[in-house]
Design a protein around this ligand. Structure first.
Ligand code: AHM
Ligand code: MG
Length: 334
């Protein structure tokens, strides 16, 4: 069977758009290369215990970097040289990452979480890179923060790389969601999941239930709904929580279900939940909507939220359409 590579798919998409310049295809190809490099290191992560701990000096006399720092620096290093970006923002960097003057500038903005779920690396659990791409709104000149703080509905592409039992790329450009699996023997991402649609009703709920005592009453009611047999399934949903957003999201995307990270009153930082609007919620919201699901903050569509800061946090309810609508209904009652 002829296998379609991600590059072929991107070129097909480019040919179908008469105005396309090929720059967007180049941008995604640069991102794919960065992800392949990260994937290679993630696959070697277990060997860190054999070859040296992070923070130690390796055989070349270099300090062994933690994987999340490594992923961040690979992305910044490669992408700033691409000539396609005017700015980047990473979960790991407090401020906007400007493109140095010595490199050519482009008109795309890249926002990413370099290694989501990185606390799981030491125990061999899946992690991933999440990305979100915007086009800048000004013609030229230095990029302004407002250009980066666009609503998620303005994204031109978004998706993630999942470093799991195999490495996958799942992305959307607003024309459905497509999944590719890295064939390590040829080093190419091959189309494995065409036009992914998530089931309208899920059977899985994913939440860190250890925080039950920190939730408000409506949140407990929402979670109780999925656990009870009074839901639309007439039996409790299965509980699945890896603690690595991209992995929990991917499983629910394929099987159907809902991922929930509500606000809680653990401390003053958690009043808007934990997850970041720009580098986590927005890209996954774009993907889930394109797959027929929904993403809300309890009441509002994630993609309609006007960001006011780079690291803004947001409560997140994302997944199968009817499950998310139920959350909205239950929160709406209170
Ligand atoms: P991080 O940005 O500090 O890595 O946290 C993000 C991760 C997500 O991948 C995951 O869904 C969530 O934190 C888990 O949080 P918790 O341990 O509070 O359940
Ligand atoms: Mg993260």
């Amino acid at each position: 069977m002829a296998q379609v590579t991600v590059t072929e798919q991107l070129l097909l998409h480019q040919k179908a758009s008469p105005m396309a310049t090929g720059r967007f295809t180049m941008l995604l190809n640069e991102l794919i290369l960065a992800a392949k490099i990260i994937s290679r290191e993630v696959n070697k992560a277990g060997l860190v215990n054999v070859l040296g701990f992070t923070g130690e000096i390796n055989i070349q006399g270099e300090k062994v970097k933690k994987l999340d720092e490594f992923a961040n620096s690979v992305l910044i290093h490669r992408m700033q040289r691409s000539g396609l970006l005017c700015a980047m923002s990473s979960e790991e960097n407090a401020d906007l990452i400007e493109i140095p003057d010595k490199f050519k500038h482009g008109d795309y903005i890249l926002i990413f979480d370099p290694l989501d779920g990185s606390s799981n690396i030491d125990v061999n659990v899946n992690v991933g890179t999440i990305f979100s791409i915007f086009r800048r709104t000004a013609e030229n000149g230095p990029v302004r923060l407002e250009e980066v703080l666009q609503k998620g509905s303005e994204q031109v592409a978004a998706g993630y790389f999942l470093y799991g039992t195999s490495t996958m790329m799942v992305y959307t450009t607003g024309d459905g969601v497509h999944g590719f699996t890295l064939d390590p023997s040829v080093g190419e991402f091959l189309l494995s999941h065409q036009n992914i649609m998530t089931p309208e009703d899920g059977k899985i709920y994913s939440i860190n239930e250890g925080y039950w005592n920190y939730w408000d009453e409506p949140t407990r009611e929402v979670v109780s709904y999925f656990k009870s047999s009074a839901n639309t399934q007439k039996k409790p949903y299965s509980s699945r929580y890896i603690g690595s957003l991209v992995s929990d999201f991917h499983r629910n995307l394929i099987y159907g279900g809902i991922f929930l990270y509500p606000k809680d009153h653990r401390d003053s930082k958690r009043t808007s939940g934990k997850l970041r609007l720009l580098c986590e919620a927005n890209p996954l919201a774009f993907v889930i909507e394109q797959a027929g699901g929904l993403a809300i903050d309890g009441q509002n569509r994630i993609l309609d939220i006007e960001p006011c800061e780079l690291h803004q946090r947001v409560p997140l309810f994302i997944g199968s359409k009817n499950d998310v609508l139920k959350v909205k209904e239950l929160y709406g009652k209170s």
